[in-house]
Design a protein around this ligand. Structure first.
Ligand SMILES: Nc1nc2c(c(=O)[nH]1)N(C=O)[C@@H](CNc1ccc(C(=O)N[C@@H](CCC(=O)O)C(=O)O)cc1)CN2
Ligand SMILES: Nc1ncnc2c1ncn2[C@@H]1O[C@H](COP(=O)(O)OP(=O)(O)OP(=O)(O)O)[C@@H](O)[C@H]1O
Length: 224
């Protein structure tokens, strides 16, 4: 990432192997994050997340795991404003479903290794079409909107169900916005449109980071 710890060199590796190395790298950095910083940043994520989704009535978001950008404050703030929040529910075999947020106390871990989930009625995968904005978890995102997720392919399948004009966000820490580095992108990887960090939210289209990434993609194509 930018700053102190350079990204691993994934040149010449297969996409899957490159993503695996990158995930290990980001998770190791996240593991060093102090609980105090996390709590402070949860408030900053909430502030920028609220600004980002503006006046939507229904949003899809996620329940953060330790290490991930903390959504607890954002969920509370949005629901306090009356926004309906769809949260992932995993069925058997990682089946993709949703349920509405009913407050923090209602969230429960249904199985080890799976993020906490709401208890309410389970809605099918295509309930995501009710969301006017979608906030995805990510480990990193590049200037073209390519997102590195936890590796389940859960969100790629979900994002394939929505209309192209729905705003999609990824929440990452500052140094996980890759400014001079393009993530491997497979055919099924659907780019996201905007980024939320503790310090800001921004649309990628037309941003300096998007311009830099396009130039990088162009020179990589020419070099081929
Ligand atoms: N906070 C959060 N919620 C999210 C995601 C995410 O990345 N972050 N997802 C993004 O995709 C989906 C859940 N993805 C998952 C993918 C695989 C497993 C899984 O295989 N769990 C194993 C145990 C793994 C372990 O112990 O390390 C299991 O259930 O047996 C769980 C969740 C939806 N919800
Ligand atoms: N639309 C899709 N249809 C079928 N398989 C898919 C689709 N999207 C992803 N996959 C499968 O899921 C696997 C993981 O995908 P990927 O590495 O992009 O996950 P990710 O985006 O990091 O994870 P997540 O979306 O869960 O956060 C891929 O190897 C691929 O086999």
């Amino acid at each position: 990432m930018t700053g102190t710890t350079p990204l691993p060199d994934v040149q010449g590796l297969e996409d899957e192997e490159a993503k695996r190395l990158l995930r290990t790298h980001v998770r190791a950095i996240r593991a060093q994050h102090s609980p105090k910083d996390r709590a402070r940043e949860a408030h900053m994520f909430a502030q920028h997340g609220e600004e980002a989704v503006a006046d939507v009535r229904t949003v899809a978001a996620y329940v953060s795991e330790p290490g991930e950008p903390d959504t607890s404050q954002l969920l509370g703030a949005l629901s306090g404003r009356g926004v309906r929040i769809l949260l992932p529910v995993l069925g058997p075999g990682l089946a993709r479903a949703w349920a509405y947020y009913r407050g923090e106390d209602d969230l429960q871990r249904r199985a080890p290794g799976r993020p906490p989930e709401p208890s309410g009625p389970i809605l099918p995968a295509d309930a995501i079409r009710d969301a006017e904005a979608i906030i995805t978890p990510g480990l990193a995102v590049d200037g073209l909107g390519t997102r590195l997720g936890q590796g389940a392919g859960w969100y790629d399948r979900m994002l394939a169900l929505i209309e192209p004009d729905v705003p999609t966000f990824t929440m990452v820490f500052e140094h996980e916005v890759l400014r001079d580095y393009l993530l491997p992108r497979a055919e099924f990887d659907i780019p996201i449109k905007a980024v939320i960090t503790p310090s800001e939210w921004f649309l990628l289209e037309g941003s300096p980071i998007n311009k830099a990434a396009r130039a990088l993609a162009e020179s990589a194509a020419l070099a081929r």
